[in-house]
Structures are given as C-alpha cells and as structure tokens.
Write a protein that binds this ligand. Structure first.
Ligand SMILES: *[C@@H]1O[C@H](CO)[C@@H](O)[C@H](O)[C@H]1NC(C)=O
Ligand SMILES: *[C@@H]1O[C@H](CO)[C@@H](O)[C@H](O)[C@H]1NC(C)=O
Ligand SMILES: *[C@@H]1O[C@H](CO)[C@@H](O)[C@H](O)[C@H]1NC(C)=O
Ligand SMILES: *[C@@H]1O[C@H](CO)[C@@H](O)[C@H](O)[C@H]1NC(C)=O
Ligand SMILES: *[C@@H]1O[C@H](CO)[C@@H](O)[C@H](O)[C@H]1NC(C)=O
Ligand SMILES: *[C@@H]1O[C@H](CO)[C@@H](O)[C@H](O)[C@H]1NC(C)=O
Length: 503
C-alpha cells in the first residue's frame, strides 16, 4: 500500500515531443530496472534512459564516475548513482536560457515548490562554476521564483510559467480552501504560508552567487521578491493583537472541514501569538498546519539566510538598506530563538510566545535535527546535543522505531511512518562514526529494493512507503554522501582521502 501524495496525484505535465515515448517516472520508479548492484542489497539501476533525461550535465556525470570508483560498498555507490542525478534526470520540465526561465517539479507532484527546488539543487552547488549550462539553469530557476515571490510572497508552490506552454495542474488539496490575500490558481498551485519557503529562495540565490560570483541574477524581479520577503517578515512578526486589542491578520487560510483542506480555528488564523522577535508561519515545512506559529528551525534558517543575503548584497554593492534590515532581523531572530524556544538546553519545535511550547520534531528540513545542516549552530553545541538525544528517542512524539526502520516522521503521513530524510539530517548532525553508519544503513536497507529515497517508510512493514519519486529526498541523500566523502572519507571510500567535486 502506498500512502500520501504519490497516490493522489494523477495529472502529469505534458512532456516534449521527443520524450513522448518515455515512461512516466512515477510508475517507472516503482519497479526495479537494470543490473543489480553487487552488494548484499542488490539495488537496481533507476536512472531513466538517456533519451528520457530532462537535463544533461557532463560535470554531474564526472562526479558519478568518480564516486562509483571511490565508494567502497557497491550498494551505497548504486544509491549515489541513482540519487545524485535524479533532479536533472527527471524534474526539469521546462528550461529556456534566453527567457531565463526554468520550471522544476518536485517529482510525483507536478508543481514547483520553493522549498523543494532549493534542496533539489543543493548538492550541485560546487558544480555551477564547472558547468555553465547548469549555472544558467539554476539562474533561470531563481528568476522564475523571483516572479512568483514578487507576486505571491505568501505562497510556496507554483504552476508552470505561461511562456512554457505547459498546462497548470489541478490541485485537489487546494479545493475548498479560502486564502487571503487571494490567489490565481493559474499561477499558484497551493498557497500555504511557510516562512522557510522564502528562506529556500534566499538559499538558492546566495548559493548561486557563492559558486559563480555572477551577480546578474540580481534583476528587477529578484529585487521585488526581496522587498516582498521583508514585507512578510514585518507582517508575520507582529502579535495577534496590538496594544488596543485590534486583531491583526495579514494572511489567513481555511478549508471546508475535509481532511485535505481542514477548517482552521480563529477564522483561518490559527493559535494566537505574542511578540517575540520571531517570525510566525502558518504551515510547517511538511505543508501541515502549525500548532504554534513560531517554528524554531524555520526561524533558525531565516536567521542564517538573512545574514547570507546581507553578505551577498554587501559583496555586490546592491540594496544597502535591505542589507542593513537583513542584519538587524538576522540577529533579532537568532536572539529570540535562544530566549524563547530553549528551556533546560532543549529546543521546542514550536512556541507561541506566551509560554506555550511543543517539544517534538518533524522530518522535513528545516527540522530541529537539521540545525547544524542549516548552519545555525555547531553539532557539538550542548543544546543541540541534548535536544538531538531527546528527538531520537521515545520522548519525541514523532519518533518511532521498528525492527528494521526508525527515525522521526510527522503528522503529514502518520506517527509510524518515519522519514529517511530525518536520518540524513541526523548524519549531518554528528561526527560519531558508528551513529553515521547506523543511520546510513537504516536508509540503504529501506528502499523497498528500489534504490531511491522515499518520503516515509512504515516501521511495521518494509514494503509500505510513500512517494516513489521524491527528488528532494534523493538530492539530500546524495548531498550527505558527498559531505561524508569530504568530511569522513575513510568511512565510505576505499581510501581515507577527501573527495570534493571539481578538485
Ligand atoms: C540528453 O542526452 C541524450 C543523449 O545521451 C539525449 O537523447 C537527450 O535528448 C538529452 N536530453 C536533453 C534534455 O537534452
Ligand atoms: C526561448 O525563448 C525565446 C524567446 O521567447 C524563443 O525565441 C526561443 O525559440 C526559445 N528557445 C527554445 C529552445 O525554445
Ligand atoms: C481554478 O479554479 C477554478 C474555479 O474554482 C476551477 O474551475 C479550475 O479547475 C481551477 N484550475 C486549476 C488548474 O486548478
Ligand atoms: C484575512 O486576511 C486579510 C488580509 O489578507 C484581512 O484583510 C482579513 O481581515 C483577514 N480576515 C480574518 C478573519 O482574519
Ligand atoms: C542492514 O542490513 C544488513 C543485512 O543486509 C544488516 O546486516 C545490517 O545490520 C542492517 N543495518 C541496519 C542499520 O539496519
Ligand atoms: C582517516 O584519517 C583521519 C585523520 O586524517 C583519522 O582520524 C581517521 O581515523 C581515518 N579513518 C579511517 C577509517 O582510517
């Protein structure tokens, strides 16, 4: 049985003529293909036929060749080979460098998510300086997203740009939803307000700059988007009531009571929040409703990315006023995280500023487990070490462990389906070799023999998983393997010598 998104989405974007004969990858990814790897897991080869790949990069192929010869365990090598190119192999539905526009789908959901794309490309950053076409693609993704954010800063998932000629996809989950400010469903796929979506856009932008030193992505669309991001930050850091008890609402979202679009209390505003210096969110990175508005890991990512934004603006001499605001907000948010979310060295996942805290973790990055990955703190920070210990135990409501699989999940699927992504985040958060290997093989052993990283996996039944085609999870896995090849080469490579793409 499959659960969650994958089984619900039927519509697919019409592929170009040359790819008309190519199998739908949602179906393709549910059956093993090719010659199995020679390790005990005998994992299949899951890359689509070359003619069916949606983008080719010689720099990416070089990394695959290098890593295949370097990785000790042929099963891990096969996982890398399948996952590293997955975004380029399968999700580039439109790209025109002249128009500076690209449309990237998440995998088995045919829409572009701001959060997913930032993560889908994170493991290619070091290649942007080596492959000019790949750099152009990422720049085109940024420009397309800049247009989305400039018009709909509260939304996180979008339809193809009109220039592409691709048809918008109907979104069942948006049926019956009332959202303010209102949106046009020809542009917006889903308008759940999640502050980390905007952080994703910032992360993709600054990574592009860091890798290429090319400032040409800073155009009018991008500047408009940045100003909108600060509008959202200002609006969503305000408390529920002003000092005269006037109700403040800049965004509200509510459904008709169905499971996919539930009714939200307080007329679509959710639980009240007090002023803290944190920035509120309405939904989580999982697209589930927040319990309390101040989501700690999303604010951590915001603090990090605002400082990065300021660094890029300073280096390029652009928008000095925005750079000043970015620095102010970055430290305000960071200070508020330490002041309002930490008690006895334990981070809460969410707080409301009135003393309400929800101690848990949800698998989607930004998560508490991923705080070191996000760049918010060092993995040895005592508060992280203590929080991590709690999160990877039965004290976390969304931790679950079975005979073969364990990790943190979330209410997006259910408590007995932890996500491989949580184990990836856990690897980024430790230097302990045994912990790393345990997490790595927990993931590798649980692909249902399909050699790709899924959304979630049942702790009761190894054949029960969600989302056969989830590009972000594949990219995140490959990013982690590359990180290990650099940080802990002796653990996974044949030699104890660091490997970095392009060096
Ligand atoms: C990628 O290369 C293959 C040949 O190896 C070709 O058939 C395919 O059309 C190329 N894909 C794109 C998007 O250019
Ligand atoms: C890209 O867009 C330009 C401008 O709209 C158009 O002239 C050109 O034909 C497009 N290129 C491709 C390969 O579709
Ligand atoms: C957009 O909304 C209209 C009106 O509710 C609906 O008929 C149409 O199917 C929607 N289009 C998409 C792509 O969801
Ligand atoms: C919903 O948000 C809009 C702004 O987008 C605001 O004008 C309206 O008052 C809000 N409604 C409620 C019930 O909070
Ligand atoms: C993975 O599976 C192998 C058997 O193929 C087993 O020896 C190993 O303990 C498993 N590792 C984990 C972390 O589950
Ligand atoms: C690899 O080298 C580092 C020091 O450079 C050492 O600490 C580590 O134990 C070595 N790992 C293996 C598996 O040999």
């Amino acid at each position: 049985m499959k659960l969650g998104f994958g089984s619900l989405v039927v519509a697919a974007v019409l592929a170009s003529t040359s790819q008309a004969q190519c199998p739908d990858y949602t179906t393709y990814s549910q059956k093993p293909h090719g010659t199995p790897s020679t390790g005990p897991l005998a994992l299949p080869y899951m890359r689509p036929d070359p003619a069916c790949r949606t983008f080719n990069s010689t720099a990416v192929e070089k990394v695959i060749t290098d890593m295949k010869s370097l990785i000790r365990d042929p099963d891990i090598a096969r996982l890398f080979e399948n996952t590293f190119p997955n975004t380029l192999d399968t999700t580039v539905k439109y790209f025109n460098a002249t128009e500076n526009l690209a449309f990237i789908i998440t995998g088995d959901i045919t829409a572009q998510w701001l959060r997913d794309t930032a993560n889908q490309f994170a493991h290619y950053h070091s290649l942007l300086a080596l492959d000019p076409e790949l750099a152009k693609l990422v720049k085109a993704v940024i420009n397309n997203e800049a247009r989305y954010v400039a018009e709909y800063p509260y939304c996180g998932a979008f339809q193809p740009p009109p220039e592409s000629g691709l048809r918008p996809t109907h979104n069942d989950w948006a049926d019956g939803v009332t959202v303010n400010p209102p949106v046009n469903n020809q542009t917006v796929f889903e308008c759940k307000y999640e502050i980390d979506s905007l952080c994703g856009f910032l992360k993709l932008s600054r990574s592009y700059y860091q890798a290429t030193k090319d400032a040409s992505f800073i155009n009018d669309n991008w500047k408009a988007a940045i100003r909108q991001i600060f509008r959202v930050i200002n609006e969503q850091s305000q408390p529920t009531f002003d000092e005269n008890f006037n109700f403040i609402s800049y965004y509200n979202w509510t459904g008709g009571g169905g499971a996919l679009s539930p009714q939200v209390n307080n007329h679509g505003n959710g639980e009240p929040k007090a002023y803290t210096g944190l920035v509120g969110t309405h939904h989580r990175p999982s697209d589930d409703l927040s319990v309390f508005a101040y989501l700690t890991p999303a604010n951590a990512m915001l603090s990090v990315e605002l400082q990065n934004l300021a660094d890029v603006l300073d280096a390029t001499g652009q928008l000095p006023d925005v750079s000043r605001d970015a620095k102010t907000w970055s430290s305000r948010v960071r200070d508020a995280i330490w002041k309002y979310t930490v008690v006895d060295n334990i981070f809460a996942y969410e707080v409301n500023g009135f003393g309400g805290r929800y101690v848990m973790d949800d698998a989607n990055v930004p998560s508490l487990l991923s705080l070191p990955y996000l760049g918010f703190l060092d993995k040895k920070n005592p508060a992280y070490v203590a929080t991590r210990k709690l999160l990877l135990s039965a004290k976390n409501p969304y931790f679950a462990a079975g005979k073969t699989f364990s990790g943190t999940g979330g209410p997006h699927v259910d408590p007995w389906h932890p996500w491989p992504m949580s184990q990836i985040a856990a690897i980024f958060g430790t230097d302990n070799d045994q912990e790393i290997l345990k997490s790595l093989y927990t993931i590798a052993n649980n692909t249902n023999g399909l050699g790709l990283i899924h959304e979630s996996q049942s702790i009761y039944k190894s054949t029960e998983y969600t989302r056969p085609w989830f590009a972000w999870a594949n990219s995140y896995f490959a990013e982690m393997i590359l990180d290990l090849a650099d940080r802990k080469p002796g653990l996974i490579l044949k030699t104890n010598k660091s490997y970095k793409p392009g060096q």
